[in-house]
Design a protein around this ligand. Structure first.
Ligand code: ADP
Length: 423
């Protein structure tokens, strides 16, 4: 039990870590994508402005051609107060320093070098960790003396937006990651819960099954050993021992068949083979042997079959279901009791009621009778050959047909099982 719990807890821990990693990865990737997307869109405007300006000027007619007007006109059109235009000569000096203004020049451009390498490529520049610019340099061959023209657009506003956005994004991501720890924990518990329940059910099932198997085996072993101590005796003289061994073997046979049915039900290996059946006819056939048995036990069995319906169902499983309920009805009734089967049709469902006037089930036990290995009275049912598996199988068959089964106490005496199967 200790080991089992530790194992399950480890498993839950693993689930939690996996969930957490998945959440963190998703949030981080999400954040990175959003941030780069925002960065791109914000710089796009500045980049486009520079590209436009550059394209217009580069595509101009060469410097000596006539008329020169288009150049001026285009220049005017592309004037942009945000944009700084620097003209470099071949020796790397800024030629239009006067136009730019001394203050600006001294503060920012001082120290800026002519960039001959990455021509025609937009780059990001940062001056003194304070001012941010997008910039592009290109060869200028339509104006005298100018070697390279460099365009600069200040993007400090964009930079501030991105910085703020980055802070918010990091903050949110951290919060979400923290929340995801809680979510991972809750989710892992939720995932493990059904596993834990079915695990302990399975363990219980195996324990009960082994226990039930041991009793008949011990009895058979004892009886056989007893027979071996007197090898010369005749079978007639040892009749009782042999008969008992045989009846225990039958019990074992029944038990193993039931266990197998339930094991298959768990693994959902057994499929129901459904075809159209006439439910009244099926019930009538199933009851034939029971009418005789009831008579021989001074009980009466009556039928009132009025469903008159065809049902899509697995005939042999429905037969098995009836046998389980009828066996019980016979087991838990005595002389002069009666057992009745009634069918009807209501609300698109076929209703089968099997009632008896037997010993009944105590109110507080009704909710347990469909549990595996549950018997109301261990000693009494052992005599009668029950293992407490019959009704579990019955329930499995009914739910395999999307139906319901309920046990009700009769008003005066006995039990009624109500089975409803959707048409
Ligand atoms: P069992 O093999 O013990 O009959 P079941 O699963 O068929 O196992 O039934 C579980 C328990 O339900 C029985 O042990 C019995 O106590 C109770 N039970 C089932 N059917 C009836 C009935 N017709 N009348 C009274 N008790 C019943």
């Amino acid at each position: 039990m200790m080991d089992k719990n530790r194992m399950l807890r480890n498993q839950q821990m693993k689930f939690m870590i996996y969930n957490f990693i998945a959440f963190t990865l998703i949030f981080t990737i999400f954040g990175i994508i959003i941030l780069s997307q925002v960065q791109n869109t914000l710089y796009t405007k500045a980049d486009e402005e520079m590209q436009n300006y550059k394209n217009r000027n580069v595509n101009l007619t060469p410097r000596d051609s006539f008329p020169p007007e288009p150049r001026d006109r285009d220049r005017k059109m592309s004037f942009n107060p945000r944009m700084i235009i620097l003209h470099w000569n071949e020796t790397g000096e800024i030629m239009n320093q006067a136009q730019i203004g001394t203050q600006f020049y001294e503060n920012l451009i001082d120290g800026l070098q002519m960039d001959e390498q990455d021509l025609d490529v937009i780059k990001h520049l940062n001056f003194n960790n304070l001012y941010n610019f997008r910039t592009i340099s290109y060869l200028n061959d339509y104006e005298d003396d100018i070697y390279i023209t460099q365009l600069l657009v200040n993007v400090d506003a964009e930079e501030t937006v991105i910085d703020n956005f980055e802070t918010i994004l990091i903050f949110c991501t951290v919060i979400f990651i923290l929340l995801s720890i809680t979510a991972s924990y809750v989710l892992s518990r939720k995932t493990m819960k059904p596993i834990m329940i079915s695990w302990s059910k399975q363990v219980e099932f195996v324990e009960n099954a082994s226990h039930e198997l041991r009793t008949p085996l011990t009895i058979i072993q004892n009886k056989l050993e007893l027979l071996l101590t007197k090898p010369n005796e005749k079978i007639v003289d040892r009749f009782e021992n042999i008969a008992l061994s045989l009846s225990e073997t039958r019990r074992l046979n029944k038990l193993t068949t039931d266990l197998l049915t339930l094991a298959r039900a768990d693994s959902t290996e057994t499929q129901f083979v459904k075809k159209s059946i006439d439910i009244d006819v099926l019930i009538e056939q199933a009851c034939v042997p029971y009418v005789e048995i009831a008579e021989s036990q001074d009980k009466s069995l009556w039928m009132q079959l009025d469903s008159k319906m065809q049902l899509e169902a697995d005939a042999s499983r429905i037969h098995q279901l009836l046998v389980i309920i009828l066996d019980n009805a016979l087991k838990y009734t005595s002389k002069n009791d009666s057992i009745g089967i009634k069918t009807s049709y209501e609300d698109h469902r076929i209703v089968i009621e099997i009632s008896d006037t037997g010993i009944g089930i105590r109110e507080e036990n009704v909710r347990h009778i469909f549990d595996r290995f549950y018997r109301e009275d261990q000693a009494r049912t052992r005599e009668k050959g029950g293992f407490g598996l019959g009704l579990s199988i019955a329930q499995w068959i009914v739910s395999g047909h999307q139906g319901t089964i309920k046990a009700l106490q009769n008003e005066n005496k006995g039990t009624t099982f109500v089975i409803k199967l959707p048409k």
